[in-house]
Design a protein around this ligand. Structure first.
Ligand SMILES: [Zn+2]
Length: 145
C-alpha cells in the first residue's frame, strides 16, 4: 500500500536522524500532508500503527498536520489559499497559478530525547579581532591663538 511505503521510508529517515543526534528516544514525528499529495491522513495513521513495532521507538507518536493548498498567481503575484480546488486567483481571476504548498508529504519535525553528554561540547566561537583605530582620520583641529 502507498501509505505503508511512505511510513517505511519516513521511519528510516527518522532512525537516521535519531542516530545522528544520538537520541535516547523519539517522542513525536510530525509530518505535513497537503490536499494534492495523494496521501490519506487516516490511512497514514493506520500504517504507522501497524509498522511502528518494527521501529526502534515504538512509543513514538505520529502527528499529521494537514495544510491547505497555497498558490502563487503568475499574473498578479498574489498568494492565496484555494478552498474549493477551483484553480482561480482570488485577486485577479487568472488561472495561471503555481502551487507553493499543499502538494507534498514531508517530514516537518522530530521530537527526540537527546543524551546531554553529547550536547555538552563547548561551542566554537569565532572571535572577531577588531582592527586598530589608528587609521582613523583625526577631525579634531588644534588651533593656536
Ligand atoms: Zn492574480
Amino acid at each position: 500500500m502507498h501509505e505503508e511505503s511512505l511510513i517505511r521510508s519516513l521511519l528510516r529517515q527518522v532512525e537516521e536522524l535519531a542516530q545522528q543526534h544520538h537520541a535516547r528516544a523519539v517522542d513525536e514525528i510530525e509530518v505535513e500532508v497537503g490536499p494534492l499529495s495523494g496521501v490519506e491522513p487516516l490511512l497514514l495513521q493506520d500504517a504507522f500503527e501497524r509498522l511502528k513495532d518494527e521501529f526502534s521507538w515504538p512509543r513514538a507518536e505520529l502527528s499529521v498536520l494537514q495544510v491547505g493548498l497555497d498558490v502563487l498567481c503568475q499574473s498578479c503575484q498574489s498568494e492565496s489559499q484555494l478552498k474549493d480546488f477551483r484553480f482561480v486567483c482570488h485577486q485577479c481571476g487568472s488561472t495561471s497559478l503555481k502551487i507553493i504548498r499543499g502538494d507534498a508529504f514531508r517530514l516537518l519535525n522530530v521530537s527526540m530525547q537527546v543524551d546531554d553528554s553529547f550536547n555538552g561540547k563547548p561551542q566554537a566561537t569565532a572571535t572577531q579581532h577588531s582592527t586598530d583605530a589608528c587609521g582613523l582620520p583625526l577631525n579634531e583641529q588644534t588651533s593656536h591663538p
